[in-house]
Design a protein around this ligand. Structure first.
Ligand code: ACO
Length: 323
């Protein structure tokens, strides 16, 4: 059976770091409140003129280098983003023009914070169907451009960044000992559209809008949906939580991560956490955390990694991968 193996990972964070203390100078908040409620200490903020495609391209270059690949040999480019450069064309068009071979498919995927998992599932299915032998999936966001800096309930929670993986088709036995993506599961429930959304768009206000969120409701759904997503992946692969070497969750809030780990009976030391340094970077947060774990040597080849995310829509899902 064909498996989509992660050959390389890479990430990019804008140079500018905004600490909670600096934020507290322009917003009615405090370092103590933000750390206590979210675990966030600082976030990166894109420079003026720095666009989502710039972040994506920088992350993909590193992922290609770590895979030992040239972008011209890649068959498919998928950009997961909620903050495209323009309403159209897709940000993926810029990425493909900068790094890819003319003519190969490229498109954006919009599933907000679950975007990377959605992108990974789409790429895995292209590879399994034989339509691509290799793919790049990047999550890239400048979430700070969607913030209402007068809404302290949201503006303290988000940051900018990008993370990418290079996937390559390899033969596997169809067992969980195979390297590569072992399963993906995707979900959505649009009844919760208004709990987390941007209050603008081309067909409604002709603006990009700002992030609006019912924080408490989102929190409650997140812990339940994320734990369910993990259980679903474990059951589908007939493994237990103890077989998972690393949980790489979407980095929204340290309390959501702790609540999910506790609900699953998972050792907190097996959870890769970057939310303290990156804040919530939406679709970029999982590949940013994955890259951090690989680059600091915690995540090793052959280990089993479970990724899970939940975001606006609501959307949620998981990807189980043997590195
Ligand atoms: N600084 C100081 N005080 C604040 C701030 C702030 N930044 N924001 C809100 N407050 C105040 C409120 O005004 C309120 O004051 P009051 O009691 O006088 O009215 C008090 O703090 C409590 O506010 P709540 O909104 O009830 O705080 P809560 O404990 O629910 O925490 C938070 C808010 C952090 C947003 C929480 O609900 C949460 O984490 N929700 C999950 C949202 C999330 O992570 N979304 C990310 C996208 S979804 C995803 O990726 C899964």
């Amino acid at each position: 059976m064909i498996r989509s193996v992660i050959q390389g990972v890479g990430s990019y964070l804008p140079e500018k770091i905004l600490t909670n203390a600096e934020l507290a100078q322009k917003v009615d908040t405090s370092d103590e409140w933000i750390v206590d409620r979210s675990g966030i200490r600082e976030r990166h903020v894109a420079a003026e003129g720095e666009k989502t495609s710039d972040l994506a391209i920088a992350a993909i270059r590193k992922a290609l280098a770590s895979a030992g690949r040239d972008g011209k040999d890649i068959d498919l480019f998928i950009v997961a983003t909620t903050t495209p450069d323009h309403t159209f064309p897709a940000t993926a068009a810029r990425v493909q023009a900068a790094l890819g071979r003319p003519g190969v498919p490229s498109f954006d995927v919009q599933a907000v914070c679950s975007g990377f998992i959605y992108g990974l599932a789409v790429a895995d299915n292209f590879i399994k169907a034989g339509q691509a032998k290799s793919a790049v999936v990047v999550g890239a966001e400048v979430m700070t451009r969607l913030l209402d800096w007068t809404d302290r309930g949201t503006c303290v929670l988000f940051g900018d960044g990008a993370g990418a993986v290079v996937l390559s088709a390899e033969d596997g036995k169809g067992a969980t000992s195979d390297r590569g993506i072992l399963s993906t599961h995707l979900h959505s429930d649009g009844r919760h559209y208004d709990m987390l959304f941007a209050d603008g768009g081309p067909s409604s206000t002709q603006t990009s809008g700002h992030i609006r969120m019912k924080g408490k409701e989102v929190f409650r759904h997140a812990v339940v949906n994320l734990a369910d997503a993990v259980q679903e992946a474990l059951e589908a692969n007939k493994i237990s939580i103890n077989d998972v070497d690393w949980l790489v969750p979407h980095q929204a809030n340290k309390r959501i991560l702790d609540g999910t780990a506790q609900k699953l009976g998972l050792d907190p030391a097996k959870v890769i956490i970057t939310v303290d340094r990156h804040a919530n970077t939406s679709a970029a947060s999982i590949p940013l955390a994955l890259t951090a774990g690989v680059e600091d040597g915690r995540i090793k080849p052959g280990q089993m990694v479970l990724m899970e995310a939940m975001g606006g829509g609501f959307t949620w899902g998981s990807a189980l991968v043997r590195m």
